[in-house]
Design a protein around this ligand. Sequence first.
Ligand code: NAI
Length: 292
Amino acid sequence: MTEIKAIGVVGGGQMGSGIAQLAATYGHQVWLIDSDSAALAKATDSISSSIQRLVSRNLLSREIGANALQRLKFSTDLKELHSADVIIEAILESEDVKRKLFVELDKIAKRSSILASNTSSIPITRLASATTRPEQVIGMHFMNPPPVMKLVEIVRGADTSNETFDAIKILAERLGKTVICSQDYSGFIVNRILMPMINEAFFALYTGVATKEDIDTGMKLGTNHPMGPLELADFIGLDVCLSIMKVLHSGLGDNKYAPCPLLVQYVDAGRLGRKRRIGVYDYRKLPEPDKS
Ligand code: NAI
């Protein structure tokens, strides 16, 4: 089995920057690629401040933090990924855009490279079919924020080989994660259950059942969730939530997955959640969120 040393991450947004940070902290050489140089600059800042916070809280030694920063490289050029053992894609949740990227990665990556996707909901088999190596394509779905959350959901496409599955399972466990395995159906396990709940919370708000605060407090104190569903939607990104609902709706073909009109309207208005400082709630007067 290929030993995974060098890792490429494509997409330097909230997930990609967290995955890159995590992999570098655990000793991997990491290239983080984003097509947008402003997003890369933001990723560089957010990774170094996240590492500093972990060091100041004694959750990471100063030496490990400094070494992690040394192992990270940033670029807008996908070609830097030619020698990566695994490439983890974390760009926007659009099947068309992801398929185009997989076509490119298939050309650039060395023959033995595994191409993994952090997609929240898009079937892996469809991304794999854009490549000439479907047996080496797999879903590696981290939770937000990747350095903190303990779960990785691994999704096998129709042609994913046992060797690819084993290599990614070992990698996830070496990154300190617990692995669950899902069959390749829209939304997999976690978002199949979580997103309809978030969508229903939007319907409760939309139809005037309760205020946003009472919906969130109800689910926090009534069901012991650490965050309310609307607060969580803001944290995930309302655009990401909407994309996932659309994938569930079209992929599973049931009207119960139709996105709430209020969720659609917020996204249309650019109210994307914490990353835009406004979503269901208004964060413009609060300090930047802590993403250690
Ligand atoms: P984001 O919007 O924060 O970041 C996406 C990044 O991808 C942006 O920096 C953008 O410039 C870059 N990008 C877009 N197209 C690109 C391309 N063709 N080549 C290179 N870079 C490109 O999105 P986020 O939240 O990090 O999500 C990324 C992926 O992770 C999505 O598939 C999402 O469904 C998944 N995910 C998101 C979670 C969340 O809580 N936000 C949790 C788990 C998975």
